[in-house]
Design a protein around this ligand. Structure first.
Ligand SMILES: Nc1ncnc2c1ncn2[C@@H]1O[C@H](COP(=O)(O)OP(=O)(O)O)[C@@H](O)[C@H]1O
Ligand SMILES: [Mg+2]
Length: 353
């Protein structure tokens, strides 16, 4: 089992720096997501790991070997793209055997290995079909079988589920996770979908304009985002700007307490608070929360299990609260109501930028 180590990798196209000194490690046997918006460099980084793109600077290791300039065909990589790229004139079994044939595995042993890969993606019985007799989800499973049949050191997945509709995508997420767990393959999964990254990954690396701005386990990135970009891209956040004082941060005339470390008194700082960490209270209610801010409720968006409350702070800032629709919680508040938002110091996260 091999991990992937990327060290100070840069890639430029003309004047544009697409990857800017990326250092990241993708642990052996783990499922790591590269999460970032379109154009942030995710595919380029994946193509560097695969060997389709050679970086201008930096080093790439797969396992113990330095492979920065090793050609694609000498790397043991399995890859699945957004478009399945199956051969339409070949059967399912022939599609899966194709990669093996190219590596010199032929005849009955190739067929046996291909059948095992199809079993892994739960497509036993579909061997003789042609790709056009399959649903989108099934085609993507064939593509996955084709990628894992060669027993690669690393599995690279570039937004493989984005062409599927919502239900199929959720089904395939569960399947992907199972296949990765059962095969134990080191997997790098590229996505722009935060929910997908959160539910699937052992680790997440967030990419912003060619730089990794944060990486860690999903819960850590969600609970302790370091930058406004990370806080806003993975989940929702309320941002409060203020000035550091001796006992906390002054935000629009109110003192906000922070559990973590703050910059020196007098500095400007932005605090992030996740919308589900705030509670809507009647104005001036005594509560156990360390922090309270007055706000006006503008709108309630009811979505069955949860509601989203849109509010305006005393200084005009827009705020958002998520609450589960338990009992009659929140039901007493109508748009236009004056309320107090309560939350704890531990859920108040100073941003580094
Ligand atoms: N072969 C190329 N030539 C020129 N520019 C490229 C090339 N490949 C990618 N880019 C540019 O690099 C940036 C990052 O692209 P990409 O890695 O595909 O991002 P992502 O997968 O995150 O959407 C984009 O601005 C894209 O236009
Ligand atoms: Mg891409």
């Amino acid at each position: 089992m091999s991990g992937v180590e990327v060290t100070a990798v840069s890639k430029r196209y003309g004047a544009a720096t697409v990857l800017d000194r990326i250092t990241a490690s993708f642990e052996a046997g783990r499922f790591t997501s590269l999460l970032g918006p379109s154009g942030s460099g995710k595919t380029t980084l994946l193509r560097i790991v695969a060997g389709f793109v050679i970086p201008d600077e930096g080093e790439l290791r797969i396992g113990a070997a330095e492979v920065t300039r090793v050609p694609v065909w000498k790397r043991r990589i399995g890859m699945v793209f957004q478009s399945y790229a199956l051969f339409p004139h070949m059967t399912v079994l022939e599609n899966v055997m194709f990669g093996l044939n190219r590596r010199g595995v032929r005849g009955p042993s190739a067929a046996k290995e291909a059948r095992e890969a199809l079993e892994m993606v739960r497509l036993t019985g579909f061997e003789a079909r042609s790709p056009k007799q399959l649903s989108g989800g099934q085609q993507q499973r064939v593509a996955l079988a084709r990628a894992i049949v060669t027993k690669p050191e690393v599995l690279l997945l570039d937004e493989p589920l984005s062409a599927l509709d919502r239900r199929l995508r959720q089904e395939m997420q569960v399947e992907l996770k199972r296949i990765q767990r059962e095969s134990g393959l080191t997997t790098i999964f590229v996505t722009h979908d935060q929910e997908e990254a959160l539910t699937l990954s052992d680790r997440i690396a967030i990419l912003d304009r060619g730089r990794i701005v944060q990486d860690g386990v999903p819960g850590e990135i969600y609970e302790r985002p370091r930058t406004r970009f990370a806080a806003g891209f993975l989940g929702d956040a309320n941002f409060l700007e203020g000035t550091v004082t001796a006992s906390g941060v002054e935000v629009a005339g109110a003192l906000v307490r922070v559990a973590g470390k703050l910059p020196a008194a007098g500095s400007k700082v932005t605090l992030a608070v996740r919308p589900e960490k705030m509670t809507i209270l009647a104005p001036n209610t005594a509560s156990s929360f360390e922090n309270a801010l007055p706000a006006t409720l503008r709108e309630v968006i009811y979505a069955g299990a949860v509601s989203t409350y849109l509010l305006t702070g005393a200084d005009g800032r827009e705020l958002k609260v998520f609450a589960q629709n338990r009992a009659q919680d929140g039901a007493g508040f109508q748009p236009g109501a004056s309320v107090t938002l309560g939350w704890s110091a531990a859920h108040t996260i100073p941003m580094e930028d």
